[in-house]
Design a protein around this ligand. Structure first.
Ligand code: NAP
Ligand code: F7E
Length: 381
């Protein structure tokens, strides 16, 4: 049987990288688009040996430059790759930043999907289309939220995603295109972008532990989110396109926690009281907030057989361990051993040992000479 060709937009992002891994493992020929950046934006997929020299027709994993705001570039990659499945994951994905850049957010996130769907229609491509829709579309609708819940978005991001959601349904109904929406609730991982709250917290904890930073400054600690693990959520994306008919599915953990609980759990792992290390600033509060997201993914469970495995505490543990490893290696607390695999618990334990050396009073870091790097830095002070 001929291998299927999948095109992933946003392949360099958190979800794109996990999805590329999953589809390569399933035997797909994987194609991706990245946009031009002044500094490499392929860090999350470099380990997958991207082909740059072979012809795209034969390389198992190949990327091209294209941009969701550029219809010419989109048509060119569709022409070249002729995908069987398109996963449209590219977007300006930061809700807070969408208030600062509303016009480009709507251009990429609302018009981008329209450009792809209309190219599929116009070129008569025989392919399935997945739209990365978001729980942010529910906005202030009371929880739990499912496929029937009214959508009341509160941000330019949410409004753009809602337009794309309806565009996807319209192209399905009007033109018979196999176009489906995955309405995904927040999902995180060690590969999460640095300015999302979970990564900001776990990276911040690691920085505090190694003496890089004294505090983490956050916005609204009362917001509640339904946080899952990205690697499991990309399996749901794939299942949505393997279903016998196009449809829309909520993907979530059915659990919700406040930002404060995330912070508390992370610092608890280090045996530290979060209140000594976290400051709240209006700078990180949004003009309008989505107070509670809690997804009811019963339909996906029943129809697709998809269920999340990773629980809230495991997610925090995994992300803190990853950031501790990275920081401890960078600052010389641990040797860099690419071929040695240690458990997450090992790094958490090392973090706890270092945490004991932090002085008791607020934000005072004791440079006690544990790290050769810090010894060197102290000498030069
Ligand atoms: P992410 O890490 O921010 O990745 C987004 C990707 O889109 C990046 O590779 C980015 O490229 C690319 N991109 C942005 N603008 C583009 C443009 N104009 N043209 C081409 N590529 C562009 O996001 P993610 O967490 O993987 O999320 C994947 C998708 O799911 C997004 O559409 C997001 O809105 C949606 N979603 C995410 C969540 C979540 O909790 N993670 C929940 C629901 C829905 P650069 O690296 O160059 O910036
Ligand atoms: O914020 C609050 C913030 O930026 C979560 C995206 O993947 O999920 C994500 O959007 C909560 C919000 O994610 C800070 O106000 C407090 O209530 O991590 P976030 P998000 O806005 O929920 C949806 C489903 C998507 O589709 C998006 O693409 O945390 N919060 N203090 C903060 N948030 C940030 N970023 N930074 C803070 O300092």
């Amino acid at each position: 049987m001929e291998k299927k060709v999948a095109l992933i937009t946003g392949i360099g992002g958190q979800d794109g990288s996990y999805l590329a891994e999953l589809l390569l493992k399933k035997g797909y020929i994987v194609r991706g688009i990245i946009r031009r950046a002044s500094w490499p934006n392929t860090k999350r997929i470099d380990h997958l040996n991207i082909e740059r020299s072979k012809e795209s027709a034969v390389a198992p994993f190949f990327i091209r430059y294209a941009d969701l705001s550029d219809a010419i570039s989109i048509r060119a990659v569709l022409e070249e790759f002729k995908p069987d499945e398109i996963y449209n994951l590219a977007s300006q994905s930061h809700v807070g930043i969408s208030f600062k850049c509303p016009e480009s957010t709507l251009n990429f996130n609302a018009l981008g999907p329209l450009r792809i769907l209309d190219a599929i229609r116009d070129m008569k491509l025989d392919c399935k289309y997945y739209q990365a829709s978001s729980s942010e579309m529910f906005g202030i609708s009371p929880p739990p939220q499912n496929e029937e819940t009214p959508m009341l978005p509160q941000s330019p991001y949410g409004i753009a995603k809602l337009a794309a959601f309806h565009t996807t349904k319209m192209y399905r109904n009007a033109y018979g295109i196999f176009a489906s929406n995955g309405i995904l609730f927040n999902h995180e991982s060690p590969r999460r972008g640095l300015n999302f709250v979970t990564k900001k917290i776990t990276r911040g904890i690691a920085d505090i532990i190694v003496g890089n930073k004294k505090k983490i400054v956050l916005g609204n600690l009362d917001a509640k989110r339904d946080w899952g693990f990205s690697k499991e959520y990309v399996e749901a994306m794939w299942k949505i396109l393997q279903h016998d008919k196009p449809d829309d599915f909520v993907i979530s953990t059915k659990e919700t926690h406040t930002v404060r609980e995330f912070v508390e759990e992370g610092f608890n792992l280090m045996g530290l009281d979060w209140k000594n290390f976290v400051e709240v600033s209006d700078m990180y509060k949004r003009p309008a907030e989505v107070p509670v997201l809690l997804g009811d993914s019963s339909k996906a469970e029943k129809v697709l057989g998809w269920k999340p495995k990773t629980k809230f505490k495991e997610l925090v543990h995994m992300m803190v361990a990853y950031d501790l490893k990275e920081r401890m290696e960078q600052l010389g607390y641990l040797p860099i051993e690419p071929n040695v695999k240690k458990s997450d618990e090992f790094y958490i334990e090392k973090g706890r040992e270092l945490a004991k050396k932090l002085k008791k009073h607020k934000w005072q870091i004791e440079l006690d000479g544990t790290s050769p790097f810090l010894q060197e830095r102290k000498k030069n002070l």
